[in-house]
Design a protein around this ligand. Sequence first.
Ligand code: ZN
Length: 116
Amino acid sequence: MSDFVYHDDSEVWLTEITSNHYEEALSRVDLLLGRTEEDANGCWVRGTVKRPKTRFRGRQVAAARFVYCVVNREVLSERVVIRHRCHNELCCRPEHLQTGSAADNKRDDWEYYGLL
Ligand SMILES: [Zn+2]
């Protein structure tokens, strides 16, 4: 048991789709991004007030997270959050997304509101 490595649900699911369902996942990303429009800040958004989500292979996930993981073919733990460089939570443009910790995410907000 010494070489047992724990993978959380998010890692198990992402490993499965990036290994065995990657083409299908890429098509879903195309579909999601195809429904967005570019705003004045270069963000790719849909006309929604809530953060867009998508359901794929039995799991509901934030669209931005799904786009990031599939485009970068990256398996993320549940502890890793997706940050928006553009500070627009509705944005799904891959270039505007980056990973970080929950603390990083908080700091982004503080910076944005001029608190740091
Ligand atoms: Zn953006």
